[in-house]
Design a protein around this ligand. Sequence first.
Ligand code: SIN
Length: 570
Amino acid sequence: MDIKADFLIIGSGIAGLSYALKICAYGSVAIITKKDKKESNTNYAQGGIAAVVDADDTPDLHFIDTITAGDGLCKTDIVRIVVTEGPERVRDLVNWGVPFSRRKKNKTSEFDLGREGGHSRRRILHVKDLTGQEIEKILVQKVNENPGIKIYEDHICIDLITAKKLGQKNISKNICYGAYVLDRATGKVLTFVSKVTLLATGGAGKTYLYTTNPDISTGDGLAAAYRAGARIANMEFIQFHPTCLYHADAKNFLISEAVRGEGAILRLRDGTPFMAKYHELKDLAPRDIVARAIDAELKKSGDNCVYLDISHRRSSFIKSRFPNLYKKCLSFGLDMTSQPIPVVPAAHYICGGVLTDDYGETNITGLFASGEVACTGLHGANRLASNSLLEALVFSHRAAIKSIQQVHRRNYPKVAIPPWDSGNALDIEDLVVISHNWDEIRRLMWNYVGIVRTNKRLERAWARIQMLQKEITEYYWNSIITSDLIELRNIATVAGIIIASALRRKESRGLHYTIDYPKKVARLAQVDTIIKVRPRISAVLNRVISTAKARNKSKPSRFSLFSTVRKEEV
Ligand code: SIN
């Protein structure tokens, strides 16, 4: 079945929803989201949004803090755009009704600004410690009020449909026509045809064994864009958040950096603070430095975790500033007003992504990307805390401007788009294989592509991921498609891109630290690592496809559709 929408949005976090609100007056809008519309990475953002709204702050200071954290790799024109347009985008949120926390100063009410690592000023707007959840709630309400926006929950993107995939020749630039999408409830694959498509699928923290991200973070948009031929940049820069709760029953629970912003101190098991040894900003040093310091201390001591201590602040302050953290810690038997919280670093944010221009457009005509899935050049080699929601707002707004111009010029594709065909694919016999493969990928990424890297570990990871990709590709093409299979394939693709990118960068910069090349290389400042699908089908993949074709004898239509342009996985 074909569903037509002028604008197709894949993902329902801050990037997708804010874009929807900006373009909905200019055409029909379909949003697909793989779970319920409120489930997104945005929802879990505790810290807030960094923006210059205080008289004591300036865009220049925000600019300097961002490029200092980014360690020579930020695109300065992009940083300038974000720090100057950011306050206006925050006003959009205020106008939509986001109730940012305020405080009284000289009888007037002003934003209560938080502080996080790498910021020279207090500039984090927050709604207590539930900023993302509040923003998401308001955006969903606004979108629901709008009859021109249709949300498809429980729908996951399988692959983008492009001119090249359809075998169109003589085009100078690839064009995106929409996406094949699995309706998880019915198991049917739908064809969404669009004039403009926005990828807003967030990150891929689930590539790693330990992550602060929710289960949905499987890099679906990134992997689909890669397969479609989009340029993917700087994927070696994985940000590990220094403070994820260490507790057997806690899954992915982040202890916000805002806690250190309010004075919390990182300590060893015996109570010794250690950050002064690593950076003059101590506990508020940029994240890469704090995460590496914790990693070094854990390796030295053999302990499982370090401790975050804010118990010297008043109990009433802690409870009112961090009500959610306080409650959550208490549910694990930890009273943060009187005892330190056990913490470890965990994969948190991917600074790289689908390369976009300064209006969020990719190298594929009609395909935009915004939010964590995108690489705009803002973050460089290390994202400054709380810059990500801001980036999503700024680039969704800019992408909206360019999309509106394009939608008027573009028609729906004249070529017939073949419906998805499962051929003779069978139900997966051995479901447990999916969870084994998934587990294997996440462990190998954690062990070999983590906070501190070496050539040997990366090469080992590369050899293993290629083997796993081959295996996964084989049963992906032989089995009836399910959401688990789509996610597994995407995780494998993203892991491969991360490893390939890390192998290419022969220096240590920002979040990419390797013992074999411990120094920064001056000539590599401003050089992005770009990965693109290779323009030939590899011998390995050819073999996989022909084996699968032979098994899937009578109707190999899933292959015929993709084989013309399907290229080697990295
Ligand atoms: C945090 O609250 O520590 C996370 C904020 C961010 O990652 O920007």
